[in-house]
Design a protein around this ligand. Structure first.
Ligand code: TXA
Ligand code: MG
Length: 363
């Protein structure tokens, strides 16, 4: 299949305004050019095709969420297990009524506070949402992304858009247009290249279908942020604190994550990856020691060591670093653990552990 690649970075006029030869009329013409490409991509979605697009978290691979045949193509292109439900993206909060039958004041408060933005909420689903979109669950995950290209695309498509991250299943999530081209060129109808993703890790997934709001996937919006807006306690899915890969049907003391996607090893770089955990100076010297040993036997070693407490930067850079190291042919990645029990550090550490297949060494 030939994939159309549309560069729509000009939609963000701020990008143009930074040029020393900025010209208002020229900039407007460029914005119109980008809008025309987004129109074309939206028509592809409306006709049952697949389009990858930028969001503020990671790039998404979209299809009409209400069209089972279109959604089936997402699973095929990504090689994604069919029991892993998709997030449905909308561009206007008022469109949420198409997807869920019940909006409580508490849900409305969350939407007012955090949309558009990196918060996905899991709600009871309407029967109009096909089973394939929700992996057979009676709930649906919904979010409104905070990216001008994404919002324009969804509005013009005129339907809610199911979109997982736009990577081949098991590869690191894409945070730049070029990552999507690497993984999906030739497999989908179109790729919209926009800005690099501001956040860099996927949205926080919050389940509101039970008695206590529960975070199923940690993200840049933390339990604390959500508690402040809701005025009530938010808990983490206990399975998130396991330090071991979870596969269904294993030992019965294992907890099965409530977000089906959280049970898969994810984000795996081609290199072997080990996380070194412990007191900061010890971690640093252990990484140096292991690096030297491995280089001595001819291996190429990559190091991921974020500044202490620089969790936002870590989120922004982590997936891109993994992909860069793959491109450089790194054999072994040594990563320093992030020390935070909750918050953004915890969210990045969750991705790090999955990337390393839960391979953690303590010093
Ligand atoms: O930031 C994001 O959320 C990105 C961008 C593209 O919006 N999307 C994304 O989608 O990360 P994906 O498919 O890679 O991850 C969706 C996660 C999975 O862990 C899935 O199991 C969970 O959300 N999920 C989706 N629907 C669910 C539901 N009804 N109940 C529980 N978990 C659900
Ligand atoms: Mg994903």
């Amino acid at each position: 299949m030939e994939t159309k690649i549309f560069d729509v970075r000009d939609l963000n006029k701020e990008n143009l305004e930074q040029s020393i030869i900025y010209d208002e009329a020229e900039a407007n013409a460029k914005v119109d050019g980008a809008l025309a490409k987004i129109d074309e991509a939206a028509a592809i979605l409306a006709n049952g095709g697949l389009v990858a697009f930028p969001t503020e978290t990671v790039y998404g691979l979209g299809a009409n969420a209400l069209d089972p045949e279109a959604v089936a193509k997402i699973f095929e292109a990504k090689g994604r297990p069919s029991d892993n439900p998709l997030i449905v993206h909308i561009a206007r909060a008022s469109n949420i009524g198409e997807l869920t039958p019940a909006l409580t004041p508490k849900i409305i408060r969350l939407i007012d506070n955090f949309w558009p933005g990196p918060l996905t909420i899991v709600l009871k689903k309407k029967s109009s949402v096909p089973d394939i979109t929700t992996g057979g669950l009676d709930t649906v995950a919904i979010r409104m992304p905070d990216d001008p290209v994404a919002l324009e695309l969804i509005k013009k498509a005129g339907c809610p858009i199911a979109a997982p991250s736009a990577n081949i299943s098991g590869r690191p999530s894409p945070t730049k247009g070029e990552h999507v081209v690497t993984d999906l060129d030739g497999k989908i109808d179109a790729i919209l290249i926009g800005n690099d993703c501001r956040v860099g890790i996927e949205s926080t997934v919050l389940d509101l279908t039970g008695d206590i709001p529960t975070i199923l996937r940690p993200g840049i919006l933390t339990a604390e942020n959500i508690e402040a807006a809701m005025g009530e306690k938010v808990i983490m899915d206990p399975a998130l604190n396991q330090r071991k890969e979870n596969t269904e049907g294993e030992g019965d003391e294992e907890l099965v994550p409530r977000a089906p996607g959280m049970k898969y090893t994810h984000y795996a770089p081609k290199a072997e990856m080990t996380i070194i955990e412990g007191q900061k100076d010890k971690v640093k010297s252990e990484i140096q020691r292991l690096k030297m040993l491995n280089e001595r036997i001819g291996l190429k070693v990559g190091v991921i060591l974020f500044e202490e407490k620089a969790f936002i930067e870590a989120a922004h850079e982590f997936f891109a670093k993994l992909r860069d190291m793959d491109d450089e042919g790194v054999d072994l990645i040594l990563a320093g653990a992030l020390s935070e029990q909750d918050g953004v550090g915890f969210a990045v550490m969750n991705r790090m552990m999955k990337s390393a297949g839960y391979n953690i060494a303590k010093v």
